[in-house]
Design a protein. Structure first.
Ligand SMILES: NC(=O)c1ccc[n+]([C@@H]2O[C@H](COP(=O)([O-])OP(=O)(O)OC[C@H]3O[C@@H](n4cnc5c(N)ncnc54)[C@H](OP(=O)(O)O)[C@@H]3O)[C@@H](O)[C@H]2O)c1
Length: 259
């Protein structure tokens, strides 16, 4: 049996990952702040699937509590699948954002998944297998649609996933970035928003099931609501065309004149 560690498993996308990975027979380590919710999910999944489920209560924005989770990642049994899911949003624009709240969001959405991935990577590479699932957002590709720093945190998660995959996929470690669009979870209400004002909301079970289809196909980037895979391929092709220009040692002709 393999072991999956899921952050943010107490609700929403993370709780559905826990249920789905339990059905697949993985032992689980569930991480979040709400101990009661984690314990209740853990006992349900132990009873239903005969798997082992550990619970770690941790606020991932707190350095010493994050350290506890990092220690678990280094311990035995080793982690085969890391689901970097815990995250939050901040409503409101950048100009009026509270710097302390922005720093907390960066700790949760950027620093924690980075250090957690770092903690599992060495042993995954040494074993020649393992998987890291990073929950980003379609806003990583659509920053103008969202105010404040949330989209930037998710662009970081996408870029980290792409860069990590380039580094470790040949060493047997699979990295997936999942980009949900609006999905029915608690994230809106927690951030002071109102999900009833959001059009075209995907149900959370549908989102995770689709993401797991992408996982089984070993996709690097999975965007469940996009109907045509060719749209993503065209986007990646355009990126490749743009990159052809990065290796010139001289500025492009249009920048050699001030008019
Ligand atoms: N729902 C969407 O529309 C949507 C769209 C794109 C991307 N996403 C991404 O999906 C991921 C999961 O969010 P969700 O939509 O499922 O929202 P959610 O229902 O609010 O779940 C967030 C999870 O993160 C945990 N969490 C929050 N703050 C934490 C902290 N300081 N330390 C540890 N755990 C913390 C929460 O548990 P506790 O409160 O118990 O700690 C909860 O389990 C996030 O990364 C989010 O950015 C969501």
């Amino acid at each position: 049996m393999t072991t999956a560690l899921i952050t943010g498993a107490s609700s929403g996308i993370g709780a559905v990952y826990a249920r789905r990975l339990a059905v697949r027979g993985h032992n689980l380590v569930l991480v979040a702040r709400a101990t009661d919710r984690l314990n209740s999910l853990a006992s349900e999944l132990r009873d239903a699937h005969g798997i082992s489920v550990e619970v770690i209560t941790a606020d991932l924005t707190d350095t010493s509590q994050l350290e506890l989770v990092l220690q678990r990642l280094h311990a035995e049994p080793s982690i085969d699948i890391l689901v970097n899911n815990a995250g939050a949003a901040l409503v409101g624009d950048f100009a009026s954002a509270d710097p302390a709240k922005m720093e907390t969001l960066l700790s949760l959405n950027v620093v924690a998944p980075t250090l957690l991935a770092s903690a599992v990577l060495d042993s995954m590479v040494a074993r020649g297998n393992g998987a890291i699932i990073n929950i980003a957002s379609v806003l990583a590709l659509l920053p103008e649609y969202s105010r404040g720093i949330y989209a930037a945190t998710k662009a970081y998660v996408l870029t980290l996933s792409q860069s990590l995959a380039a580094e470790v996929s040949a060493k047997g470690v699979y990295v997936q970035a999942v980009l949900p669009a609006a999905t029915r979870t608690e994230i809106y209400e927690r951030a002071g928003g109102d999900i009833s004002k959001v059009p075209d909301v995907m149900e959370v079970e549908a989102l995770v099931d689709a993401a797991l289809v992408g996982f089984d196909r070993r996709e690097l980037v999975t965007i469940p609501p996009v109907p045509d895979a060719a749209a993503w391929e065209a986007f990646e092709h355009a990126r490749g065309v743009l990159a052809l220009g990065f290796s010139n040692s001289e500025p492009a002709a249009r920048y050699r004149s001030s008019v």
